[in-house]
Design a protein around this ligand. Sequence first.
Ligand code: BGC
Length: 415
Amino acid sequence: MKFRAIMGALCAAGLMCGVTAAQAAESLEVLHWWTSGGESKAVGVLKDDMTKQGYTWKDFAVAGGAGAAAMTALKTQVISGNAPSAAQIKGPLIQEWADQGVLVPIDSAATDWKANLPPQIDKIMHAGGHYVAAPFSVHRVNWVWYNKAALDKVGAKVPTTWPEFFAVADKLKAAGIQPVAAGGQPWQDLTLWEDVVLSQGADFYKKALVDLDQKTLTSQQMVGVFDTVRKIETYMDNGRTGRDWNLATAMVINGKAGMQFMGDWAKGEFANANKQPGTDYICAAVPGTAKSYTFNVDSFVFFQQKGQKEATPGQLALAKTIMSPAFQEQFSLYKGSIPVRLGVSMDKFDSCGKQSYADEQTAIKSGGYEPSLAHGMAQPDATAGAITDVVTKFMNSTQDSKSAVEALAKAAKTK
Ligand code: BGC
């Protein structure tokens, strides 16, 4: 068969329509940490899309929730001169990588992005006046996921305050159900802790974790935050050390545990297990945070290939695809998030997705839309890391809340 005929046949089969030989040869190495059931399905949409466009997808998946292991792998690759084509990097870390002079601008793929992104997020995708990152979706972090049958069994309603929460947890415990499923990894500890900070009000959260205001960090209210976290911990099982987040989600899915504090990537696991919100499980804002929204926006940055300062055709196509309406919709349906691109229809989304969208719009307008510290959106890596150490140490010892607060105030000064 002639080249044209081969391409025609591939096109008819839904593969490689109108691609050039140069494109067909380009291989895209993509580093990410999306390895759970729901996550793999979501990133699979991108892989299929790029393959259809004629690119070769070289998957560089590094297991380990929230990316700690992936970041170590990335540094090794870049230092040894083997930077991937794209990598999952988000928040202030985008700027930190851009400062290293190793990224390429992707402006020509982003001509309509400004009009289609919330300004807070559009800004994060920039470095040095150029687009250098492509955003996937918006995850809300301040959720609790409940097993509906477990709540029904003990006759409990979704709690909206901490006293109600502890009452429900006690009922679950009495019924022999593990009240809280958790994985004892630093980022999971921090996710819970920032939820409790947020329950003190979005202003308190902002002053403490965005502005790093020393007065707020050392306040009696912050001592109370650590006390609440200590109390929640007593409802977790001893086996939580090192447990992956999706295994904790599985405990809620199969009814071993009553609930989990986790961002809405957990919904991707429920969806992957064919569970329905409202029937099998319930999503609800962390007690005291119904009006607030901690956001976590995943994005890819693009690395210089073979010393070239310009993006390759494949990198530009990748960026464009990530922000395309059709991809934005399908990715989030699998991932548990909502599209970051404005104006994408929410019709196909379930009640949790619709609630996330409505709450996001309200929070953007009326305040309470805050970057998640635990998910790399609020502070540079060094500061976030120092605060994580304080919280993890507290949760894995018998340290008192007052000395944890002192350590926190010190950690917040880390640059
Ligand atoms: C990422 C999510 C991911 C989660 C667990 C978060 O930091 O933003 O995309 O699903 O970690 O791996």
